[in-house]
Structures are given as C-alpha cells and as structure tokens.
Design a protein around this ligand. Structure first.
Ligand SMILES: Cc1cc2nc3c(=O)[nH]c(=O)nc-3n(C[C@H](O)[C@H](O)[C@H](O)COP(=O)(O)OP(=O)(O)OC[C@H]3O[C@@H](n4cnc5c(N)ncnc54)[C@H](O)[C@@H]3O)c2cc1C
Length: 412
C-alpha cells in the first residue's frame, strides 16, 4: 500500500515537512467529508459541517500570510491541499478554492505586484482587517465574479459597479453562480468603478458582508453536479461598503490578472483530486475491496486491465502537467509557461471528466448507483471545463491566439 500522503503528487515528489503535515491534516478529515458528500449532493446543501472541521483545523487561514496569523501557503501548497480535499468532496474543495484564493490573492500574490508605497501601506491596513476576520472570527469569503457577460471571461468590464460615496462605495449589480451563497460571511465581488465609461483597468475587488442591507440572494440551485456549492444569484442594490472593504487597491486586480496568470488555475486542483478519486475507486472496485459490496473481484478480465491502464496513462499525463504548472507559477511567467498553464487547466478539466466516464464504463452498472461515489464524481467532474475565466474553450482560444500573435501584433 503506497503512502496516502503522496496520492496527489506521486511518491518521490519533493514535499517539504510543512506540506506533508498539511496533507496529513486534510487526509485525517477526508473520510468524514467523503461520508457526508452524498447528503450535500442529494440535498444540494452547503457543507457546513465540513467547514466547521476546516475552521477547527485552522485551514481557513491556509493562505493567510504568516505575519497575519495564517499558515502562509503559496499557490503550490494551496493546490496540493485543494487536490487532496477534492479526492473526498468536490463541492467542499471547489468552495474552499473560493475562500482560500480570497486570502491568497491579496496575500502572497499581491506581494509580487507593483504598488506605490502609499498603496502598499493602504493594502496592508485593509488586508489586516480581512485576515483578522478569518483568523479570529472564522469568517468565510466567497468569490462571486460571474455575471453572464464577457466580463468573467476577462473580455469586458464587470457590469456590477462601485460608485464613490462619502466614506466608501455604493455597489449595484448582479452576480450569477455565487458559490457559498448564503454560507459566506463576505462576498469578494469584482466590480468596475462607476465612471462615464467603464474600463477593465478600473476593476475593484470589494468584500461585501453577507448581511449588508441591499444584498439579496435569489433563484434556485438544482444543477447537474457540484451541488453542494450552492451557487445562487446575488443582487446588489445600493449596497454600501466602507473603504476598507477593498481586498486589493484600485487598479491592482487588473495588474494581477495580466501579470500573475496562474491565479486562474486554482479551480483545477479540485478536479485533479476528483480524477485521482475515480482512478483509486476503480482499482478498489475491480479488486473487490469496496466496503458494503460483496467482495467480487473483476480484475482478472483483460478488458478491465486495459481500461485501468488507460485511466492510469491519462491520470499520469494530467498529474505531470498539474505539477509542472505549479512549478511554473510566478509573477510575469515566460510565454511558454503561460501557454502551459492554459494547457494544464484544459487537460485537468477535460481529463477528469474523461477518467470519471471511463471509471463508470469499466466498473459497470452497479458502480453508477447512488450508494457509491462514482456517479457523483462523474457529475461533479463535468463542471470543471465550464468554469470561467479559463473554460476549456477559452483555454484553446487563448493558446491559439497567443501562440500565433505576440502582444500588440495584428494583421491590419
Ligand atoms: C458549480 C459551479 C460553481 C461556480 N461558482 C462560481 C463562483 O463561485 N464564482 C463565479 O464567479 N463563478 C462561478 N461559476 C460560474 C462559472 O465560472 C461560469 O461563469 C459559468 O459557468 C458561465 O456560465 P454561462 O452560461 O454564463 O456561460 P457563458 O458566459 O455563456 O459561456 C459559455 C461558454 O462560451 C465560452 N465563452 C464565454 N465568453 C466567451 C468569450 N468572451 N469569448 C469566447 N468564448 C467565450 C466559454 O467557453 C463558456 O464555457 C460556477 C459555475 C459552476 C458550474
């Protein structure tokens, strides 16, 4: 039996002692998360109990810098932790992404960006407030960006606006697919500073309290997969937030989005975890080792062996690109690393879905019963390539364009 701490990265991968300790911690919570996953999925309800466990384990502060009392995880460590969670409960891992990256972006990632000394000082003051809420009060942050327009794809300004008012900002607009709706204490909203002409350069990143007057949550939530994310619609009507609601100084989100592209890869570890779970389930199923099922072995059939081999090849291709992407992650990556990040995101999202499909075909009819996790993994995995800004389609779009055109080039 191989060391479960290496089930995401593969044995021989160099993990440091802090990463190993974090993985051990998540592995110790995982079986409970896996047990609860069926109920959250069936009810399309938020994994509150899992969040209580994450809070008690100090994992809400994973990406909070150490100087603010957190564990100071960088993108690579976050991604390995997130993939480990993804093996047990996709919806918990995906929502945890929204929270953890709400900490990472104003943290380690912002430290790499250019700011004036005044901006840096202001940012330190503001982020200290956000981090204290998480570390001291156990607050959860969400990341509702999508609006059903080209904005979340990074192709147009957000239609949700923030107008300057005395002592702060007034927010108006709408966000769709707001994971953690009703569960988050703060919604980290991307909006555009209200000016006669809206510009992507004026994107603001504001934390709106869940109980702010003028904020309402509408619509139902009954999707194919990732049902526990509870991603409903948020409406903002003259919602006031004070200046310290800013999670990044004015103009800095725009800089981050162009200079730190790997910030958009953070959804993919969830799906890496799902792919690993589907593979590991298939091996146990064919060996007759699934708890609660008759110990019937199916591993002796050559077709099953071939199918498992194909799954392993796909999984290793996916994992290799995943790990390489994590090594590449930095501010101002070279062009090939940026293109590789798109390729990695595309590969993880598409292959997770493919591997889950293969797992069901290989294990057979009983494996798709709701009493087993495989059909949930299959449905959850289908959601990955739909997630903006780097959907599978947009990854191809970006690779094709950026491979053939240098910045500023056109055919006119
Ligand atoms: C389970 C789940 C949880 C989610 N949670 C969150 C969340 O917490 N926060 C959040 O902000 N969003 C979240 N989303 C939303 C997600 O990121 C996308 O915004 C959403 O799936 C887009 O749906 P749509 O129908 O509006 O797609 P559309 O915008 O209509 O896009 C459809 C497809 O067209 C392509 N496309 C879109 N825009 C362009 C363009 N400009 N150029 C070329 N092609 C384009 C893309 O490939 C896309 O897949 C979640 C989605 C799911 C499924």
């Amino acid at each position: 039996m191989s060391d479960p701490r290496y089930s995401v990265v593969g044995s021989t991968y160099p993990l440091d002692s802090r990463q190993l300790a974090l993985i051990e911690l998540v592995e110790s919570l995982g079986p409970r998360f896996a047990e609860r996953a069926e109920r959250y999925d069936r009810e399309a309800s938020f994994p509150h109990e899992n969040y209580a466990d994450l809070r008690a384990a100090g994992l809400l502060g994973l990406c909070v810098p150490e100087k603010f009392g957190g564990r100071g995880a960088d993108l690579r460590t976050y991604s390995i932790v997130s993939a480990t969670l993804g093996k047990y409960c996709g919806a918990t891992a995906l929502t945890y992404n929204m929270h953890a990256c709400s900490m990472l972006w104003p943290g380690a990632l912002s430290d790499d960006l250019d700011m004036t000394p005044a901006q840096r000082a202001e940012h330190d003051r503001h982020r200290a407030i956000h981090y204290q809420r998480v570390i001291r009060d156990g607050a959860i942050y969400a990341q509702p960006f999508s609006e059903g327009s080209a904005a979340a794809a990074g192709r147009a300004p957000f239609g949700t606006t923030a107008a300057r008012v005395s002592g702060g900002w007034s927010i108006n607009g709408k966000k769709i697919f707001a994971s953690l709706s009703g569960a988050a204490h703060y919604y980290g909203v991307l909006c555009t500073e209200a000016k006669p002409e809206l510009s992507m350069r004026d994107t603001l990143y504001m934390a709106v309290p869940g109980n702010a007057p003028g904020l309402s949550i509408v619509g139902d939530w009954d999707p194919l997969g990732m049902r526990g994310t509870v991603s409903r619609t948020l409406l903002f009507k003259d919602v006031f937030v004070p200046d310290e609601a800013q999670m990044m100084p004015r103009g800095i989100y725009f800089q981050a989005a162009s200079r730190w592209p790997h910030m958009f890869t953070t959804l993919s570890p969830t799906y890496m975890g799902i792919a690993i779970a589907a593979y590991e389930f298939t091996v146990r199923y064919l060996r007759g080792e699934i708890e609660g099922m008759p110990p019937v072995k199916r591993r002796m059939y050559p077709t099953k062996q071939i199918a498992v081999a194909e799954m392993w090849v796909k999984l290793e291709q996916t994992r290799s690109l995943f790990l390489r992407m994590l090594e590449d992650a930095r501010v101002d990556p070279p062009k090939d690393a940026r293109l590789r990040a798109y390729a990695a995101q595309f590969t993880i999202m598409e292959n997770a879905s493919y591997i889950c499909g293969l797992a069901i075909r290989t294990c057979g009819g009983q494996s798709m019963l709701k009493s087993l996790p495989l059909e949930r993994l299959y449905r959850d995995s289908r959601c990955g390539s739909l997630m903006l800004p780097w959907t599978a389609e947009l990854c191809l779009d970006r690779i094709g364009r950026e491979a053939l055109y240098e910045p500023g080039e056109s055919d006119d």
